[in-house]
Design a protein around this ligand. Sequence first.
Ligand code: SF4
Length: 342
Amino acid sequence: MPEPLVFAHPEPAPAPTRIWPVFLPFAGCPHRCLFCAQDRQTGRDRAVLAPILADLERDLDAALAGGRGPYELAFYGGTFTALPAPWPEAFLALAARFRERGLVTRVRCSTRPDRTEPAVLDRCRALGLDLVELGIQSFDDAALAASGRGYGGGAARRGCARVVESGLALGVQLLPGLPGDREGLFQADVREAAALHPETARLYPCLVIEGTDLARAWRRGEYVPWAVDRARDELARALPVLWGHGVRVIRLGLAPEGTLTDAVLAGPWHPALGQTARSLALLSIIRRKVAELGRGPVSLTAPRRYQGELFGQANELAPAYAALGLPRTRVRFADTAVFSLA
Ligand code: SF4
């Protein structure tokens, strides 16, 4: 019996700490971007920061009293590094107080890549910020211009470099399928993002959401979003590239939060989009391992945690595995950390 090929899933281990999101919709944003619907995602029209801060303090106190946590506090939904004084300081000071008490172990924010002045990043870091997620969306000048982001690829790259140079951890958000998209662009963006070795990535295929300028363009027939199948296939290609660079992909597609579900007009919106992309990515990894084996496989033993993922939704990938020589009868799941292809 020849030696089996033993390999681990390339996905980095998940973070040990749960994220506690704090939404500050549109706060600090220089304008409202074409596609952005933070109001629908968060259920808030705009951020009034004083009550958000007061609510957060009350909720953190309750969590501490209830013995919950620890958490990573995450300020999302706006341009945190462009908040006017005293707000970045006020939110970070509150986080620091709960860090001293053991409830908060890490703090992150999201912001735009063109709002990354080194002095601001240094100050935020000194006040306790650990990670910055940059809403890069794309590194491509033409796609960024067509989407009215207000910066080009150079600023996107500079923003990433500044976050790293300031000693903060980097997170990257990409938004494939924007106006100005073209074949191969997303995969080029993924390769460029992966080469920066960010700690995390979020991939949000562009949706048409009621109330946005993109919805108006779509109604005029000026914008055609990706189909669900295209988004699934593109995400599935992106995942092994990011995982292979040690990047944790912490979100695939927008979460069905707030009033978002009712507001999506068009685009690759499917509750299982992320899961089907993950299944397809795993199939591509196993397909490569079968090729590496250099002969028809006899069996595959897979970690039990992939039991719900390997064959895809409603076993849709079973025929593809059978074509590889791995019908269901030759696949078993076991309490093991690695795959074994014999
Ligand atoms: S995409 Fe980012 S910068 Fe643009 S409006 Fe939304 S939160 Fe603000």
